[in-house]
Design a protein around this ligand. Sequence first.
Ligand code: G3H
Ligand code: 13P
Ligand code: ZN
Length: 311
Amino acid sequence: MPLVTSTEMFKKAYNGGYAIGAFNVNNMETIQGIVEAGKECNSPLILQVSAGARKYANPVYLKHLIEAAVETTGLPIVMHLDHGADFESCKSAIDDGFTSVMIDASHHSFKENIEITKKVVQYAHDRGVVVEAELGQLAGIEDAVNVKAEDANFTQPDEVCEFTQKSGCDSLAIAIGTSHGAYKFKPGQKPQLRFDILEEVGKRLPGFPIVLHGASSVPQDRVAIINQFGGKMPDAIGIPEEMLRKAASMAVCKINIDSDLRVACTAAIRKHFAEHPDHFDPRQYLGDARAAVKEIVKHKIMDVLGSNDKA
Ligand code: G3H
Ligand code: 13P
Ligand code: ZN
């Protein structure tokens, strides 16, 4: 099976009350860990590439690694551009064979967001590619964007119909209290998501796939390993998994996970070096990192997303 778009995946996920995991990829071991998990769980997958990932690994390498994932697993896999900053970045990904792109124009005015998204949609749809847009702004840090908590704003349900109709986007990322990175809530703060907004958006856009960014749970056992073996990640806190399960049973069809993979890799590598100070073959510690990614992705698919046996 060649690379696919998310259209069919989202239809099934919406009707089945589950979500597809969208995992960020930067290197071979991460891709292998994710797709080995997907294969064992018979799950569709979205492999997403940020601007930072393209810069780090070289777009050509990532594209061929993802194509290798498709070839070796036969799974339905979407190659998605994460947080496309402008029309040119989206165009470049579409021209390179991506089957899905995100245009993140959420920091522009409502009107400009529609105009920019619409331009990407026209170019993408003419080439059989689907488009995710964003309305509302998440807090947190990615390579390309750093939004302070006080500048984040929740999606306004009143705006979603006009936005999706005028822009023509295929899925919509909304802001309901998730944020990027490993420090999503302050210690002592009760993790909360605005399920009332999600519910209202679902009512206004029946059948329309909603996307959650910043949806890592930051597993505390892995954070403890990092801190035990020389790391310093005090107070790293993510989204409770039961909240993600609830979102997946509602209109959310795509759940973005990056920080959890980073934490899993780092914990595995730190532990490896602490236990084997004599090792210097990268295959030894990167092999552990790959196994850790596989384990966490299997857990997400089976216990959080519910996308197992849906390929
Ligand atoms: O939301 C963004 C992803 O976590 C990608 O992060 O920009 O550091 O590659 P990055
Ligand atoms: P996390 O930082 O919560 O993993 O979010 C990743 C993400 O939204 C990628 O677009
Ligand atoms: Zn994101």
